[in-house]
Ligand binder design. Structure first.
Ligand code: AMP
Length: 376
């Protein structure tokens, strides 16, 4: 019932003609990714035409929303979607609404050719594994004109337009540092979910607050889709959470960038091994690591050191992301943090400073503190 409410049902006769015409033209020149059967859907209409027959044949569709620059974190979500669904759609869209006016939209890595290659290779791997229900059936790569049919409303906090705001969960932590971020994320996800009408949507725990915002949006707007959260993929050598933004770091800052993960791990140990529940002991353990590394780096010469600023270390309720004074052992908590790796002060001769000249890079990470009852 919900599903039928969610689908556009009333097609007026002139629209019907338009849809049929589009079907005829799209079937004669269907774009696919090179060396693969993966369809490339570049418009809202082509996505709807692709999706519609799958309702009639009761095929399930998993959607993995991304901004491209694909890495193993994205691929783990696509693998999970292929295990559970007959079809997987990967959306690649760098959504301007989730970037602040002074953020890195212009330099955000655009890597269509390598993303296409990565997806084609992954799809061959998925096809060869009988445990999968589906494979990558389509990439949805719309334009901003398509995604914002009334015109892009702008990135300012007081921009006018059709927005989805999920508060108060979207206002704290990442939302406090980036006031339009979750409004942009929720708005674009609402659009993507309405276009693709996925059975399931896949998000990474890496962006834990985003998963809480999306779950809340799906619940509060009665959206007929299941939200699935996949674990954070990390660099196996030092635990740094994979992120498309890590390319900005360059080797010097990269070697210090796992400090946040180390700090959160120390805090997790305070909870799991030292059995602390209070905020001071848990958050204090993380802050101790951050302070020690910052002091160590500050003692080095400008051409060798990597400095960073701590934005926050948070211990929050898993459903609301509001700060807690102590972990409720029955609910657990979310331990999260954000740091800003500052640009290097003085480059050494010939030093690789990272993509786009090595600007400041904001890194986030988190660890879920499981309820004690589940752990024991
Ligand atoms: P992005 O392209 O950065 O918007 O990310 C698209 C999706 O991939 C989001 O659901 C992210 O949470 C997820 N993701 C990004 N990095 C990782 C990671 N290291 N591990 C797991 N999922 C990730």
């Amino acid at each position: 019932m919900l599903r039928s409410l969610y689908r556009p049902r009333a097609i007026l006769p002139n629209h019907k003609y338009h849809v049929l015409r589009t079907l005829a033209t799209s079937s004669s020149r269907r774009e696919t990714l090179p060396s693969s059967p993966i369809r490339v859907l570049r418009s809202v209409n082509s996505a709807r035409v692709w999706r519609r027959p799958l309702f009639d044949t009761h095929r399930t569709v998993g959607l993995v929303p991304t901004m491209g620059a694909l890495h193993s974190g994205h691929l783990s979500l696509i693998r999970a979607a292929a295990r559970d669904n007959h079809h997987v759609v990967v959306s690649i869209y760098v959504n301007p609404a989730q970037f602040g006016p002074r953020e890195d939209l212009d330099s955000y890595p655009a890597t269509w050719d390598s993303d296409a290659h990565i997806l084609a290779r992954l799809d061959r791997e998925l096809a060869g594994d009988g445990a999968n229900l589906g494979r990558v059936s389509a990439v949805f790569a719309p334009t901003t004109t398509d995604m914002y049919p009334s015109g892009f409303p702008g990135q300012d906090i007081d921009s006018k337009g059709s927005f989805v705001s999920i508060t108060p969960v979207g206002e704290v932590l990442e939302g406090a540092s980036r006031p339009t971020f979750f409004r942009g994320v929720a708005t674009v996800c609402m659009k993507l979910f309405n276009i693709i009408q996925p059975t399931r949507v896949y998000f990474g725990q890496k962006d834990v607050q985003q998963t809480v915002v999306i779950r809340r949006m799906v619940e509060d707007f009665m959206m007929p889709t299941e939200v699935v959260v996949g674990p954070t993929e990390r660099d196996p050598t030092d635990g740094l959470a994979l992120s498309s933004r890590n390319v900005y770091l360059g080797p010097r800052r990269r070697s210090v960038a796992n400090v946040l993960f180390r700090a959160l791990t120390a805090a997790e140990t305070a909870y799991t091994e030292s059995r602390h529940l209070d905020r001071e002991s848990i958050v204090g353990a993380a802050e101790g690591v951050l302070d020690a590394v910052l002091q160590e780096q500050s003692g080095l010469a400008p051409e060798r050191r990597s400095l960073f600023e701590v934005d926050y270390v948070s211990l929050a309720d898993p459903d609301t992301m509001q700060e807690v004074d102590a972990v409720d052992p029955e609910r657990g908590a979310v331990l999260s943090g954000a740091i800003k790796m500052l640009p290097v002060e003085k480059a050494a001769e010939g030093e690789d400073l990272g993509y786009s000249g090595g600007p400041a890079v904001r890194l986030i990470d988190n660890i879920i503190l499981k309820p004690r009852t589940a752990e024991e």
